[in-house]
Write a protein of this length. Structure first.
Length: 273
């Protein structure tokens, strides 16, 4: 691997990133903020997760100004986290950047080496093999160990199924997965009919199998579900707004009236979004 020229700036002129480091040092300093001085990596991790989700919302809004602001908030949390470890004399943000740059170069031999590029599927497979050879993965007993346990269930299900598929445990095609969905639906219906303790597990099996359908269809279930939720929210809010103008409440409508209003909301959504 070639040496990547990641070095500390020797210029006396500070960059915005260096200003951010100084700001965090001040907040953590003797005359800094009591709240900031109390933070630990464990307490800060929660805020980092929240900021990432706010960034995702901003990206999906399509507003560049919001994305810029939320990216800044995520960046602040990352620099703050690095400062906590620097205080322990373990590493600093420069070490983090340098290590990551070297790692990314190693994972892109088709860019920084002599390996042929290939298509995106080939690149992903090669990425995974390189990742598994890296030092921090060498002691893992299972290919599933690389999937973070704290991921939200839907995202984790996708990653787990993806890892298993790469190891050779997979269906032949999407039709086979769809047959499995139908099988799981029958088992769920049976559990509902019998009212046994398997209802929750059988429902989970349906979701997990549908995640695999999404994988074969080359869509991410988290992104798809998020889109559907937002679509439902917009339609439902349209219904609420329409009823509010008429000083009516949803709970007082008949089933036919609800269905009619829902169809109206769908037409409005399709025309305006």
């Amino acid at each position: 691997m070639e040496n990547f020229p990641v070095t500390r700036r020797s210029s006396s002129r500070k960059t915005p990133l260096e200003d951010l480091i100084r700001l965090i040092e001040t907040l953590r300093g003797e005359n800094g903020c009591p709240w900031d001085k109390e933070q630990t990596p464990e307490t800060l991790a929660v805020y980092l997760v929240e900021e990432v989700y706010e960034l995702i919302d901003a990206i999906e809004s399509g507003n560049p100004q919001e994305v810029c602001e939320e990216l800044g908030d995520v960046l602040f949390q990352i620099f703050f986290m690095a400062e906590l470890y620097k205080e322990k004399k373990q590493f600093d943000i420069y070490d983090t950047a340098r290590a990551n740059a070297e790692k990314m170069i190693g994972r892109h031999p088709h860019v920084f080496g002599n390996v042929e590029t290939g298509d995106t599927d080939e690149i992903r497979k090669r990425w995974h093999k390189i990742k598994m050879r890296e030092k921090n993965n060498s002691s893992r007993a299972s290919v599933l160990d690389s999937v973070p346990a704290k991921l939200p269930a839907l995202m984790r299900a996708y990653r787990i199924s993806e890892r298993a598929a790469r190891a050779g445990f997979d269906w032949d095609n999407i039709s086979s997965v769809m047959e499995k969905v139908e099988e799981e639906l029958l088992e769920f219906k049976s559990a509902l009919f019998l009212k046994n303790n398997e209802i929750s597990m059988e429902f989970g099996d349906i979701l997990f199998t549908l995640v695999n359908v999404a994988r074969f269809a080359r869509v991410h279930p988290e992104t798809s579900l998020t889109g559907s939720i937002k679509k439902f929210e917009k339609r439902f809010r349209y219904m609420e707004k329409s009823l509010s103008k008429e000083r009516r409440k949803l709970e007082n409508l008949t089933r036919d009236e609800i269905e009619s209003l829902w169809e109206e909301a769908k037409r409005f959504y399709d025309c305006n979004y």
